[in-house]
Design a protein around this ligand. Structure first.
Ligand code: BG6
Length: 608
């Protein structure tokens, strides 16, 4: 996934484009480029590598103009290089394009255009669009854009700057997010809200098969037939401070420290002593009776929150729960119907595979509830109901606070479902609710108590090429996320394994000094995990355990322990994940890696 920006107004455009791209760099950082309409021409500057390299190039000789487009890339077609960087032009330079998405039919179109004499200068799918516009433009840009919709297959958010209509920027959306920020005598276009939050909090959200003609003092949005549309302005209650590091070295560390507040917000007025209220999503205790199955669909960290949820919902509400990653769900012909309650989970609300899962589930007649962090995102707009996670903007590519709010949201759903299905009496419901209400303060306590130990233990992962995270039941589900954090930002191969399965194979990989993180917060299975820990110790593994205060007996059997405050073991995940996040963070720091923008990854992937 890439980040695209556009600006038209009366200010010098280059610094505005660069700054907008900086705020979208979590979407891709393989290369970057801008195109600026100057007095005499359209100047294109692009460079392989991090945005700062483009910034240095631009600062050497900044192109002067008041309108331009920009791009930061997450490579899909063509290696990261100067020539594959966006913006792209055609043969005669009349059309300059930046693109986020994948043109699935690009090779066929490219072949046809080459037969007609077009010469391509990059390996990208995007370049075909600039050449295609040269073919399709017959004096009216809107008609040429409509032609693009008819010809292109795939997902695309496009910005087009053309010499033919030099006062207008064109923004085109098909299956890839695009928003237009309304200013005063100036207007902004971007893939995501943080790009221009500094200048405006009023946005138009483009839907699929829509395009916009943007000038500095007007925004006109059209449907695929070229008919003008009346679109509502959408106000964002985020401010630019929220997308700053606020003195932390990295966004990830800042977001880890924002978790107690994120928990307070996601719980908010949805929970009070003895009661859970999810009327905002038209979900009442008895609603669950309409369904005979819950299906969770998500990708990455969100899917790991779904695995925790599966254990808890089945245990408390006694209703079958299935969990699929979006990329598998969309092609496995799932058993879904109107008796299935589907829950899609996505921090960004834009992950293509999860969105496709949502659409398939709806087509099969299922009701879809979305857990997402981004108001106005595609998933938020296409789900039947949305439970917003209220984690605030999450900039670091490795998700932390969004994960913890996903867990808390699932705790609320599990208790509500159990109440509705009568599998828990009101006294049990009250007790569980009082435990969930303790999460914000306990997470703050664990942040304080585990930070130094995490920093100290990070050294254990230095010089190791592999590590293990083990647990049983919800601890196993949590170990998946713990291992993912280490993989994402420290590039160490970390495998999460069901502790009872180790002896059936992976134990062969345990030798002197291999770090094994063992989660023991399911006290009902404490003795079981202890025997698995002993198996690891017997082969020389270095064990870092995590368990509750009061289980000090574990010290005899392991090398290091994170102790967390007691809470109902079903809800321990939202507390126990914090030491694991910090361990991964400090390990990446030991290696000096770019924690917020780990190699090869992006914040959410809007392409399949
Ligand atoms: C990946 C991110 O691209 O997408 C992960 O790097 C994230 O952090 C995953 O968990 C799913 O994203 P989302 O926005 O759908 O939760």
């Amino acid at each position: 996934m890439c980040g695209i920006v556009g600006y038209t107004g009366s200010r010098s455009v280059s610094p505005i484009l660069i700054e907008g791209l900086k705020r979208l760099e979590y979407r891709g950082y393989d290369s970057a480029g801008i195109a600026v309409k100057t007095e005499s021409r359209v100047e294109v500057i692009k460079k392989k590598g991090k945005l700062r390299e483009l910034e240095e190039l631009v600062q050497k000789d900044p192109p002067e103009g008041e309108m331009g487009i920009g791009h930061t890339r997450w490579a899909t077609h063509g290696v990261p290089s100067d020539r594959n960087s966006h913006p792209h032009t055609g043969c005669n330079g009349d059309f300059v394009v930046v693109h986020n998405g994948i043109i699935e039919s690009f090779q066929r179109i490219k072949d046809q255009l080459e037969e007609r004499g077009h010469i391509f200068s990059s390996e990208t799918d995007t370049e075909v669009i600039a050449h295609l516009l040269e073919e399709e433009y017959q004096g009216n840009m809107r008609e040429a854009i409509i032609q693009l919709f008819n010809i292109l297959e795939g997902s695309y958010a496009l910005l087009v700057l053309s010499r033919k209509e030099p006062d207008k920027l064109y923004a085109v959306r098909q299956d890839s997010p695009l928003i237009i920020g309304r200013g005063n005598g100036e207007n902004y276009i971007a893939s995501d809200i943080p790009a221009f939050l500094k200048y405006t909090n009023e946005f138009y959200l483009l839907d699929d098969e829509e395009f916009a003609e943007v000038q500095k003092d007007s925004i006109v949005i059209y449907d695929i037939m070229g008919e003008p549309l009346e679109k509502e302005i959408f106000e964002v209650n985020w401010d630019s401070e929220m997308v700053e590091k606020s003195g932390y070295q990295h966004f990830m560390l800042k977001e880890i420290h924002e978790q107690p507040d994120a928990l307070r917000r996601v719980l908010g007025d949805r929970i009070s002593p003895g009661n859970i209220n999810l009327e905002e999503i038209n979900l009442f205790p008895e609603s669950i009776k309409d369904y005979n199955k819950v299906q969770i669909i998500a990708c990455g960290t969100a899917s790991y929150a779904g695995i925790v949820a599966r254990y808890i919902i089945e245990e408390l509400a006694r209703i079958p729960v299935e969990l699929d990653t979006g990329s598998e769900f969309r092609y496995r012909n799932p058993l879904i119907d109107d008796k299935t309650l589907v829950i899609v989970v996505s921090q960004s609300g834009e992950t293509a595979d999860t969105l496709a899962g949502l659409r398939l589930a709806r087509k099969r007649g299922a009701r879809v509830i979305a857990l997402t962090n981004v108001v106005g995102s595609s998933i938020a707009r296409e789900a039947d109901d949305v439970l917003f996670l209220k984690a605030g903007p999450e900039i670091a590519v490795a998700s932390t606070k969004a994960y913890i709010t996903m867990l808390a949201a699932f705790y609320l759903l599990a208790i509500l479902f159990a109440k509705g299905r009568g599998t828990l009496d009101s006294r049990e419901v009250e007790k569980l609710i009082s435990e969930v209400l303790r999460l914000p303060e306990l997470s703050a306590e664990v942040l304080r108590s585990s930070k130094d130990k995490a920093r100290e233990l990070a050294g254990l992962f230095k010089e190791t090429k592999s590590s293990f995270y083990i647990g049983r039941n919800t601890d196993y589900a949590l170990s998946l996320e713990g291992a993912l954090k280490l993989k994402e930002i420290s590039y160490i191969h970390a495998e999460a394994y069901q502790a009872g399965e180790l002896k059936h194979g992976p134990l062969a990989l345990i030798e002197e000094g291999v770090p094994v993180v063992a989660l023991a917060s399911r006290l009902s299975l404490f003795d079981k995990i202890m025997s698995n820990i002993k198996e690891v110790k017997a082969r020389g593994g270095t064990v870092i355990a995590l368990t509750f205060n009061g289980k000090e007996e574990i010290n005899k059997s392991v090398d290091h322990v994170f102790f967390i405050p007691r809470i109902n073991e079903l809800f321990a995940g939202a507390v126990a994940i914090i030491p694991l996040q910090l361990l991964a963070y400090y390990t990446a720091l030991e290696y000096g890696y770019n924690v917020d923008q780990p190699r090869n990854l992006a914040k959410s992937v809007t392409v399949e």
